[in-house]
Design a protein around this ligand. Sequence first.
Ligand SMILES: NC(=O)c1ccc[n+]([C@@H]2O[C@H](COP(=O)([O-])OP(=O)(O)OC[C@H]3O[C@@H](n4cnc5c(N)ncnc54)[C@H](OP(=O)(O)O)[C@@H]3O)[C@@H](O)[C@H]2O)c1
Length: 315
Amino acid sequence: MRYRRLGRTNLEVSEISFGAARGNTDNPQQAIETMHAALAAGINFFDTATGYDNGDSERVLGEALRGHPEALVETKYCPYDSYLPGAEYIGTPQALIASAEESLRRLGRDRIDVFLGHGIRSLATLERFLNDGCYEAMLKLREQGKVRFIGISELSEGDGTHQVLQRAVPTGAFDVVMLTVNILLQTAAETVLPLCQQHDVGTVVMMPLNQASKQSGLVSAEAALECVRRHIAVGNLPAEAPYMEETLFDFLQPYSIPEAGLRYVLAQTVDTCCVGMRTPARIASNLRAIDPPYLDAERLARIRALFGRIEVQVR
Ligand SMILES: NC(=O)c1ccc[n+]([C@@H]2O[C@H](COP(=O)([O-])OP(=O)(O)OC[C@H]3O[C@@H](n4cnc5c(N)ncnc54)[C@H](OP(=O)(O)O)[C@@H]3O)[C@@H](O)[C@H]2O)c1
């Protein structure tokens, strides 16, 4: 396992990190085995949130990490009434503090390594979060030692060009941001990633495989082609060659689509690539994708030429 410095936090985080958004309640025993396999493989950064599986994601993660104080945990407070792009902002400092306390209890830890405002989706609600006491409450939690570092994640379904993070990063308010970077949404490379480098803000990549389902996303040639068809349907890509061809992704071989997807992310100036994985076998296969230089210049250029124009996430 290779490790990268998470911006100004100076934490050394594994290049591949563990996303615990899904699957913990379906089969908690398997989830714990998978998290143990992650630890054994050197993965030291685990992302969860109060809202994942109604708190069960944090509970199961806490159980899996018991006896592993060295493992780093990132969790989040969502100041909206849902995860939908049009959700109403309902953040309050009291709710934020209560959420962090509940996360600590569910995780069975005495501090959260990275605490994020979850899915900040518009410039207006970023301003509210910074000025209505929520951000100050984060600072207070940090002063009290309950939280080590603070940040926000974005909502790429509604903000594919990272307007929120482009505004937030230069304020210096945040140590870490969580953002979407993948073959089918490359916009961060020229917008927010250079800002993060400039301001020494840590970057945790979410949805590296475009939050794939079996039907659509960067998990197989068929699913990747289906995602391209969905982009064509909404006008993000033209209905012409090579986008209509079954051979569209063949240039990535010998890599599989998910392997190329992770290699693409790790070839960017990001600190950790947080992948959703539900079995130890997934961990093993994904860790094969981590040998520098990840992807050659020719494939990177082709990926950019084909999909660099996409400015909104489609799943
Ligand atoms: N706004 C936010 O803060 C936010 C939003 C979204 C996500 N996140 C975080 O980012 C993490 C990662 O995102 P994500 O889980 O939504 O999406 P993702 O990592 O892009 O995709 C996860 C899916 O890819 C599949 N997969 C992984 N490796 C594979 C492989 N080698 N071959 C085939 N399929 C493979 C997984 O299948 P299996 O489940 O079958 O293993 C899972 O269904 C989340 O878990 C969460 O922690 C944060």
